[in-house]
Design a protein around this ligand. Structure first.
Ligand SMILES: *Cc1c(COP(=O)(O)O)cnc(C)c1O
Length: 392
């Protein structure tokens, strides 16, 4: 590279990524092939519109790329070819947040009500959190988890849905470690005639790998980022039942976005193909095994795991139960090159910038080839660092 300053920073970041234990639940390490597609000449091309209907010339190759990405997306997540015909797919959203925004804008009139999990209990900013534009443009009802079990309480969710009558219910979280009962959500949505949307951003890779239930039989719309467990570039995909697809496509472009990022779409196509491989299935399996091993080892060492364990790639630790705030725990671990993020826990009494817990995830370390025995070592290391500062 001619630009030595940036080249140097790239090298520094490579070194940093290789020298830490990365337990950030939403991060991963992409393959060389994904990076190759991201750094390709597709970044030079303007392609406003959709395959076969662009506003610029010269898109015959980009059209092939986008169509391939769409075909692969449907093939990866929907087993039966006949079922694929019921779904539309859009691979142009720049990232997860604009994808969710596009769905809301397409399907729910401004000012009307939606329902989702509150951020403090494990939801996402774009599920109507007060600092997100989604809460300024629509009304929201928020559910959480049961105080005792720390699990979703479907009776409460049903009660809330019947009272609030949201137009759309979104299920899908950033800090909930358990399996979501998609059929139950579907029944609740049907009772009140709501659209049922699943935001599988976090666990899409686990669904692709067959180790987490698929929402495709139950949801009307499914959004996902591709850079978390799915191990692709920073993009998002929207799947929608055909009756909603046209409105969603129009909202993504020209409603909300301009030219699609063709290099990102090429990279998504690469990651989707990788996710079809037997190796990826093993990877997804190992991600969950590792998360379970890490949670269990920490729990054996006296650390309280929210809801008692995990069914996925992530879990929360209640560090405040031993007198350590999440921020302090994050900082202590970082001094020893273990990277985690502070996180609120359900019914947190502490402020979000210094909450009661940390979130741990295994997608990145599993990509590096770590197994259960390594998780035990990491748990020992975490315990050693934190217990010195704990109050018991
Ligand atoms: C990560 C995430 C998003 C947003 O993704 P960005 O690409 O960061 O905008 C949306 N919803 C959920 C549930 C997520 O986990």
């Amino acid at each position: 590279m001619k630009d030595k300053e940036i080249e140097n920073l790239i090298k520094l970041e490579e070194k940093r990524q290789n020298s830490v234990i990365n337990l950030i639940a939403s991060e991963n390490y992409v393959s060389k092939d994904v990076l190759r597609a991201l750094g390709s000449v597709f970044t030079n091309k303007y392609a406003e519109g959709y395959p076969g209907a662009r506003y610029y010339g010269g898109n015959e190759v980009v059209d092939k790329v986008e169509n391939l990405a769409k075909t692969r997306a449907l093939k990866l997540f929907i087993r039966q070819p006949a079922d694929r015909k019921k779904w539309g797919v859009n691979v142009q959203p720049y990232s997860g947040s604009p994808a969710n925004f596009a769905v809301y804008l397409a399907l729910v009139p401004l000012g009307q009500k939606m329902m989702g999990m509150s951020l403090g209990m494990g939801g996402h900013l774009t599920h109507g959190h007060k600092v997100s534009a989604t809460s300024k443009l629509w009304k929201w009802a928020h559910f959480g988890v049961d105080k005792k079990t720390e699990l979703l309480d479907y009776d409460e969710i049903r009660k809330m849905a019947r009272k609030e009558k949201p137009k759309l219910i979104v299920a899908g979280f950033t800090a909930y470690s358990r399996i979501i009962d998609f059929p139950k959500f579907r029944r609740i949505a049907d009772e009140i005639g709501a659209i049922f949307m699943v935001d599988m951003s976090h666990f899409a890779g686990l669904v692709a790998g067959g180790v987490y239930p698929s929402p495709f039989k139950y949801a009307d719309v499914i959004t996902t980022t591709t850079h978390k467990t799915l191990r692709g570039p920073r993009v998002a995909i929207i799947f929608s039942k055909k009756e909603f697809s046209q409105a969603i496509d129009k909202t993504v472009f020209p409603g909300l976005q301009g030219g699609p990022h063709a290099n990102q779409i090429a990279a998504v196509a690469v990651c989707l193909k990788e996710a079809m491989s037997p190796a990826f299935k093993n990877y997804a399996k190992q991600v969950v095994k590792n998360a379970r091993a890490l949670a269990l080892s920490l729990s054996k060492r006296g650390w309280r795991i929210i809801s008692g364990g995990t069914d996925s790639h992530l879990f929360l630790v209640d560090t405040w139960a031993r007198g350590l705030s999440g921020k302090t725990a994050q900082e202590l671990l970082e001094t020893q090159k273990i990277i985690v993020n502070k996180n609120t826990i359900p019914y947190d009494t502490r402020p979000p910038f210094d909450p009661s817990g940390i979130r741990l995830g295994t997608p990145a370390v599993t990509t590096q080839g770590l197994k259960e025995k390594d998780m035990i070592k990491i748990a020992e290391k975490i315990d050693k660092i934190l217990k010195r500062h704990a109050n018991h």
